[in-house]
Design a binder for this molecule. Structure first.
Ligand code: UN1
Length: 498
């Protein structure tokens, strides 16, 4: 057994214990007897120390030229790439995803580094004519200040990267509060940022629990922005608190993503997409396919194909090379998925395959749930409306394309969506009419790329888009600058027209 990693906070360039003595543990979800890391239970005073450090560093970091700031991030990308295998192993042990996916998690961070670093040489503003003669007008992007980044466990490397990297290139300083389930991944990631030579205080790490460390960060008067990815329930608290304390807030919350399969679709292709979208990362992605909206004409055939394919999926530890589906992250989440199966049965759903905690001897030490297909689902059932965040997909039958889109849109959430069809008119209609931040045509609901905006509509988000150039809109303020070179007072809003 590997010795547990002893994690500490990283504040002002130093690895520090929290002021309080209490430490917590993260465990391997595939073998809960294995402690992966211990980490401090930071309290408000630890948060305060981190905010003071980030504020102090901000005053000089914002003046470092953006291309020079970006070079640090480029270096982070290079070092991350060198450590990809080691970090992927750690992700797989601490979070449970299969190694191929864990490598993808790190690669998403690398991609984000190289993409964000390029922005250091752009960060474009605009020039625009002035109403006055001999006057010049332009817009410039300004950093926001101290940014608190609160990140989930399902992409323990990629998500902190896609928040921290653009934030830093834009001239902000950051404090990362990672999920309690993946402190070791966050620690290794921050070690890489430190190795890249970022000045002290520019990036800080505080471990702890959401209700204490996370809450203290969100409430702290000297934090200017909070970027949060997690549950809608916590997001509502974060949003309300930021509203009350006048902070910019970027929220990425739940999803109830649907894949539509029309009668003209390439069914093998749609099957590959459905299995990957629903069961990849054990369904623990905010982009996961949790509803399959199937046209009546292909429903039976497609359902049989899906059941057949699902029955072949192998559950196991992410670190085993023949694993298709890893564990659920923790006991609480496992119980949550089980609870939804009880609800589904009470609501009259038919469990086609799966439906229970996996009980095979080899899986007893981990939090494993069988990949599950629910049939006879009507759009108003709770399992068709609420985010489950596990390997469970609900089948809904429709008899037309219009009905499929209406049901897809009949949700409080609007993150990702997908339509399988060979009809170009339907494809473009879907693109126009689907209420979601992301729409795939003939591709699964998961797998967004870092150079495109990422986020959703309705209860999924609050109008911001992470990643892509839109990340710059999250992490900068606009300033309008007027330069008058006429040498005399030119008065605006004086109207001398007859
Ligand atoms: C998430 O689940 O919060 O689009 C992020 C995807 C990944 C990111 C998922 N690139 O599936």
């Amino acid at each position: 057994m590997i010795t547990p990693l002893s994690c500490r906070n990283y504040i002002d360039g130093n690895w520090l214990n929290a002021v309080g003595e209490v430490t917590l543990e993260s465990r391997n979800p595939a073998d809960k007897t294995e402690v992966v890391a211990t980490f401090p239970r930071s309290q408000a005073n630890d948060i305060d120390t981190a905010v003071i450090a980030a504020r102090k560093a901000y005053h000089s970091w914002r003046k470092v030229p953006a291309p020079a700031r970006a070079e640090y991030i480029f270096r982070v990308g290079e070092i991350l790439l060198q450590h990809k295998e080691e970090l992927a192993q750690l992700i797989s042990r601490e979070m449970g995803k299969p190694m191929t996916e864990a490598r993808g998690d790190v690669q998403e961070g690398v991609d984000c580094a190289f993409y964000s670093a390029g922005e250091g040489r752009r960060l474009f503003g605009q020039t625009t004519p002035s109403e006055m003669p001999n006057k010049f007008a332009m817009t410039v992007r300004m950093p926001i200040g101290v940014c608190a980044l609160i990140t989930p466990w399902n992409f323990p490397v990629a998500i902190p990267c896609w928040k921290a990297m653009p934030a830093l290139v834009c001239g902000n300083t950051v404090i990362l509060k990672p999920a309690e389930d993946t402190p070791a991944c966050a620690t290794k990631l921050i070690e890489i940022f430190a190795q890249a030579g970022l000045p002290p205080g520019v990036i800080n790490l505080v471990h702890g629990v959401g209700e204490e460390a996370g809450k203290a960060l969100v409430e702290h008067p000297d934090v200017n922005l909070v970027s949060f990815t997690g549950s809608s329930e916590t997001g509502a608290f974060v949003g309300a608190t930021c509203g009350r304390t006048h902070k910019r807030v970027c929220l990425e919350m739940g999803g109830k993503n649907a894949q539509v399969v029309m009668e003209d679709a390439d069914l093998e292709l749609a099957l590959d997409g459905a299995v990957w979208g629903a069961f990849g990362t054990t369904g623990q992605r905010c982009t996961a396919t949790s509803r399959l909206i199937l046209h009546h004409d292909i429903k039976e055939k497609f359902t049989n194909m899906l059941r057949e394919r699902t029955s072949k999926l192998r559950l196991g530890a992410g670190t085993d090379s023949d694993t298709d589906i890893g564990p659920i992250i923790n006991e609480r989440q496992l119980q949550q998925v089980s609870k939804y199966l009880d609800i589904a049965r009470e609501e009259g759903a038919k469990v086609l395959i799966g439906g229970d905690i996996a009980s095979e001897e080899a899986l007893k030490n981990g939090y494993f749930f069988q990949p599950t297909i629910l049939d006879d689902i009507t759009p108003n059932m709770r399992v068709a409306r609420e985010e489950i965040f596990g390997p469970v997909v609900a089948l809904i039958e429709v008899s037309s394309f219009e009905e499929a889109i209406a049901i897809l849109n009949d949700s409080n959430y609007g993150l990702s969506s997908s339509v399988y069809t060979r009809d170009i008119n339907r494809a473009f209609t879907a693109m126009r009419d689907i209420e979601a931040g992301i729409t795939y045509i003939n591709g699964p609901t998961i797998g967004a790329e870092v150079h495109l905006p990422f986020g959703g509509v309705k209860h999924t988000g609050n109008g911001h888009r992470e990643a892509g150039t839109t990340a710059l809109d999250v992490f900068t303020e606009w300033k309008s600058v007027y330069v008058d070179f006429s040498g005399s007072l030119q008065r605006a809003q004086i109207d001398n027209r007859e």
